[in-house]
Design a protein around this ligand. Structure first.
Ligand code: AMP
Length: 532
């Protein structure tokens, strides 16, 4: 590794985060935090100028709910979301940045200064969420080389770890032969996605991807918390979660216990479950069967999405799938593995640690990017750079792009999709629309992101106006609209008055997030506090 600093990959997770790097021997390694743990809980305890990130912060949530922030990733990119922690109001970007700073700081103690980072996001994150993640990295003082999809990172780790590792090439599964089609099933702490990737020698081609932003291990924890609350009510006549003052703290403390019980049940047939509220207690046991029956609906939701992605979006049958790769801590649950084995008719592959595989893949991707970029090339070993320089990664858009049209009969604004989701990037499409009123002097083309047929159920990402239409245009006059979607996540929209030749063209910066000034202010604040 050069003196200019290390390249790292970071899996910024809903419940836990991981940082990894690729050493000069081509070994992708997770870098433990200051406690020696490869996983750092994405939880923050804030007290004045001191921030504690990790397990201790997570445990403090029950006693100091107003000083602790958890599950930040669920809100990243939501423009209107603010959270008050220890009396300061935060955007999710800054809270994520505190976690990133902790990872960077601890890793630098072990591997020296870090120069650039790749951060991972769920495949179906829209560009607002991607930009927000990038902003979080900048606030944390990281030079963000790129943002990469978590399933792509996992596929890279599965495919390339063995090939690059000159220490022990046989230590990881041999996925690099032939051109296998794999399904990456990623069930983390708070998000779920499933992606079909076609691998060939040096090419990673995503064919289809989908998921849910709010489905993960936390929902299994909630099932256990609700079960305990119901038991409490049965035995003592009231539900502690309903207590206005102490209910939230009770939920937090029981959530930690619920998570431990859930993890135990991945290995044992039953586990103890107890909780206290004021001077009352509930002591019981929970069996794995009980948890599975209470949470069946959750695993079924993942099964439905998985089937949709493989069959309808990728157009494949399960017999075409060579492997199902497990990613995310929640895939340790036996009910998840059983479901996948049933639908795929083969056991899923868990040969790489599901908690660490994404960060390790991101570290390899950072090296791929650096090997293809003259400014960063010197950051990696020359031999590695030559192996990685021709790796190609192709992605798809995870959300459809369309324009708003007006359906006279239904008297409703509709979404006319031009670039359907799962189209390879970059891409472009155009369509001719017809004016629905005579004598218009201007038109406005509103660009929508999403699949819903009703315009209002989608996100408006920008608009383009032609203000000088030819005079006296009759009803039905043609207007051509073209949308193009670059690999850099930017959308170009062009509208052409085909009668008079009037043209309007706008580049929509879909990735507009925090302003540079806002990022700078938050970065200054973060640099001024003590993170441990
Ligand atoms: P990730 O964000 O991918 O690291 O996933 C973390 C999630 O995995 C959390 O919800 C954990 O509770 C869950 N998890 C970790 N280990 C286990 C396990 N042995 N059994 C069930 N869930 C687990």
């Amino acid at each position: 590794m050069s003196e200019s600093g290390a390249l790292v990959g970071i899996d910024l997770g809903t419940t836990q985060s991981v940082i990894a790097h690729l050493d000069a021997n081509g070994v992708a390694t997770t870098i433990p935090n200051a406690d020696g743990d490869p996983l750092t809980a994405s939880a923050i305890y804030l007290d004045g100028d001191n921030a504690i990130v990790g397990k201790a912060a997570k445990q403090a949530a029950a006693h100091h709910p107003d000083k602790v922030a958890t599950f930040i990733k669920r809100y990243v990119g939501e423009g209107q979301y603010y959270r008050s922690v220890d009396g300061r109001v935060f955007r999710p970007e800054t809270l994520s940045a505190i976690v990133l700073k902790k990872l960077k700081q601890d890793a630098e103690k072990r591997i020296g200064p870090i120069s650039k980072a790749v951060i991972t996001v769920p495949a179906f994150f829209d560009d607002t969420r991607r930009k927000a993640t990038e902003d979080a990295g900048r606030i944390a003082g990281l030079d963000v080389l790129d943002i990469i999809n978590e399933p792509t990172a996992a596929a890279i780790a599965y495919c390339l770890e063995g090939r690059l590792n000159s220490d022990s090439p046989a230590a990881v599964p041999d996925l690099q032969k032939g051109s296998p089609t794999v399904v990456v099933y990623d069930l983390g702490g708070g998000t779920f996605d499933v992606t079909v990737v076609q691998l060939s020698e040096k090419q990673f081609e995503t064919i289809a991807t989908d998921g849910e932003v709010q489905l993960g291990g936390k929902d299994w924890d909630d099932v256990i918390v609700d079960h305990l609350a119901a038991q409490f009510e049965e035995q003592h006549g009231f539900n502690p979660a309903d207590d206005e003052i102490n209910g939230p703290a009770w939920r937090e403390s029981v959530a930690n216990l619920a998570e431990s019980t859930k993890k135990l049940l991945s290995q044992l047939p039953d586990a103890p479950l107890e909780c206290f509220f004021q001077d009352k207690a509930v002591r019981s046991t929970m069996s794995r069967d009980e948890l599975e029956s209470l949470s069946r609906e959750l695993v079924t939701r993942t099964q439905v999405v998985t089937g949709l992605v493989v069959r309808d979006q990728a157009g494949l049958a399960w017999k075409d799938i060579d492997r199902v790769l497990l990613v995310g801590g929640s895939t340790r649950m036996p009910m998840v593995r059983r479901m996948l084995e049933q639908v795929a008719s083969k056991p899923p592959d868990d040969s790489l640690d599901p908690d660490q595989v994404v960060a390790r893949g991101a570290a390899i991707y950072a090296a791929i990017r650096a090997s293809q970029d003259a400014d960063s090339e010197m950051l990696i070993d020359r031999h590695l750079a030559s192996q990685l320089a021709d790796v190609v990664i192709e992605d798809v858009n995870s959300h459809s792009l369309g324009v708003q049209t007006y359906d006279r009969q239904a008297d409703k604004a509709k979404n006319s999709v031009l670039i359907p989701k799962n189209t390879a990037l970059p891409n472009a499409a155009s369509r001719v629309y017809h004016l629905n009123k005579a004598g218009r002097t201007h038109i406005r083309v509103r660009v929508l992101e999403g699949e819903a047929p009703e315009a209002e159920a989608n996100i408006t990402i920008g608009e383009c106006r032609i203000t000088d239409l030819s005079p006296n245009l009759p009803i039905g006059s043609p207007i051509q609209v073209r949308l193009s979607y670059g690999a850099n996540g930017r959308v170009n929209v062009m509208a052409l008055d085909m009668t008079g030749g009037g043209l309007a063209q706008v580049e929509i910066d879909r990735r507009a997030g925090l302003s540079d000034g806002h990022i700078r202010r938050e970065a200054e604040w973060l640099a001024s506090i003590n993170v441990q």
